[in-house]
Design a protein. Structure first.
Length: 144
């Protein structure tokens, strides 16, 4: 599937959802611009589809394959999952999901700082999540 097809699927899936004042599709496109690799771009474009729409992991698997579906599953937060204690360590276990989530966090921080000051209270949580990825990376390097 071509990236334009992934974008069309993502736009259709998110429908009229908003990211601040903008159509929601702007956010995944901003995250995807961090990557040149087609697989990572696809994951970035779809990273919120399962969490925020009625699209299932099974549908992602059928359309985009196992690797993309596994990464989307890893990056999709579960109901009642504690963000820093459970979600971020789980995302970290899938290398593709970790890369996309890092770009997602960077975009969210940028948006909160410069575009949507009403999201200011989320910056610390996003920064802490990025810090947790770095700490987990250091711990993994020490254990090798």
């Amino acid at each position: 599937m071509e990236i334009k097809d992934v974008i069309e699927f993502m736009i259709k899936s998110h429908g009229d959802q908003k990211y601040g004042d903008l159509p929601f599709c702007v956010h995944p496109i901003l995250v995807a611009r961090h990557f040149s690799n087609k697989e990572l771009k696809t994951i970035a474009l779809l990273h919120d589809v399962v969490e925020d729409t009625d699209v299932t992991i099974q549908k992602i698997k059928e359309l985009f394959g196992d690797v993309v579906a596994e990464a989307i599953d890893a990056i999709s937060r579960r109901e009642n999952e504690k963000y820093l204690e459970e979600y971020i360590p789980r995302v970290y276990k899938n290398n593709l999901a970790k890369k996309v989530k890092s770009a997602d966090l960077e975009e969210n921080i940028h948006s909160a700082r410069y575009c949507y000051p009403e999201y200011e209270n989320l910056i610390k949580r996003y920064e802490k999540a990025l810090e947790m990825f770095w700490i987990l990376d250091l711990e993994n390097q020490e254990n090798q």
